[in-house]
Design a protein around this ligand. Sequence first.
Ligand SMILES: Cc1cc2nc3c(=O)[nH]c(=O)nc-3n(C[C@H](O)[C@H](O)[C@H](O)COP(=O)(O)OP(=O)(O)OC[C@H]3O[C@@H](n4cnc5c(N)ncnc54)[C@H](O)[C@@H]3O)c2cc1C
Length: 440
Amino acid sequence: MKSDRLPVAIIGGGASGTIVAAQLARRGVHSVLIDGSGRLGKGVAYSTTEPAHLLNVRAEGMSVWAGEADHFVKRFEAEGGDRRGFAERRLFGRYLGEILDEAVAGGSTRVLETEGLAAERRDGGWRIRLGNGETLDAAALVLAIGNQEPEGLREFAHANQRLISNPWGAAAQAAVQELAESGGNALLIGTGLTMVDVVLSLDAAGHTGSIVAVSRRGQIPRSHTEFDAAPVKSEEVPSGNVVELWRWLRRRSAEVGWRAAVDSLRPHSHGLWQSLDAGQQQRFLRHARPWWDVHRHRIAPQVADTVARLIAEGRLEIMAGRIVSARNVHAALEVEIRRRGAELPRAMLFDYAFNCTGPLHSISRTRDPLLRSLLDSEAVHPDRLGIGIDVDRCSRAIGGERLWALGPLTKGRYWEIVAVPDIREQAAEVAEDIARELDE
Ligand SMILES: Cc1cc2nc3c(=O)[nH]c(=O)nc-3n(C[C@H](O)[C@H](O)[C@H](O)COP(=O)(O)OP(=O)(O)OC[C@H]3O[C@@H](n4cnc5c(N)ncnc54)[C@H](O)[C@@H]3O)c2cc1C
């Protein structure tokens, strides 16, 4: 069979994979969406069943269709929501599922609930080895595998019995239930959006014990609120230098408020990131990123209220500090934490610790078998920061033919490419590029 009549294989059925499959279906391009995690059509973020987990982007920003801004708003309004509101993430998961069902019903998309294990070039296309023992021949390959799992925590190397390394897995849910029933104490390592998710789950389950969340700077995501936008033109923003950009941001924040200043950079973020050389990008990741993340990726006001209430009640402590050591003692964890500024660490007892440090950043250490196979065969290469793979301006993997990547895997090129408003644009561009390539 001619490889162009074969389907496009999409590895990963989260938001990125689902949206690109739907975009291909609109162009009459057949695809097979492959995901064996049980989260097909939802992915990690939107498979939560916890009503307290809300979107951190207003409904009006969450359409999956580039150019159809109100598509999700209509869905949310049908459930009584408001365009400026923050929907439950599980509703967005249902919405994504409906998009996928539509593509499947139209006959252009097929789903395969299994893992992609390896891929190699074959007759101008790709042959993919699957976890169900089968192989799939495809005209093109799209990697939409999301974030890599967090790395193990060095300090817990000999104390991992009560460490939950994946905060969204079944073990995390069981630990939350156990903590709620026992009133036990929880340690959350990391104070970003993942920490907020675990705190919300514990609170919703009726947990009454104490929660300590620790990170080096102790910064937590800020809240959304209404403000007047203050757009800027790209020429007004300094490019090529992180320090100058930071100074500009501080000045602009004083003039128009930090939310308006931060958000004014959104339309320019890809260009600004690409204007930085590798050294400047590393500087951003090392020094500016913790501050950028908490101001840029804000939480819904209702979520911020819950976090504030728990802090006020003394049930949640946000600590700036460092884990020094951890060991299992009987049925608990003894963890030594040195607070920022303190000379000596203090030992504290916890029933569970959750790794909320966020996704793996070194792509060469990935445990994903399919990505591993592509890295080993040099069909893909790590980007210059090693946080994703090297892609060109069409999100084609550099070094691999008929191979595209989407979402977090392309962070090295775009940096701001993990939220739906960015992913939907990228998915539309990738689908267009694939359709063009297969048509030639
Ligand atoms: C908790 C959380 C909340 C978020 N909230 C928002 C929000 O409110 N608004 C917003 O815009 N953005 C939000 N984001 C960011 C963003 O929407 C997600 O990161 C985005 O959905 C990424 O989707 P994805 O499909 O690229 O990755 P994922 O959702 O991680 O999906 C990737 C899928 O690929 C599968 N996979 C991986 N390897 C293989 C393989 N070898 N074979 C087969 N399948 C494989 C995985 O099992 C997974 O199901 C949130 C992110 C998280 C983590």
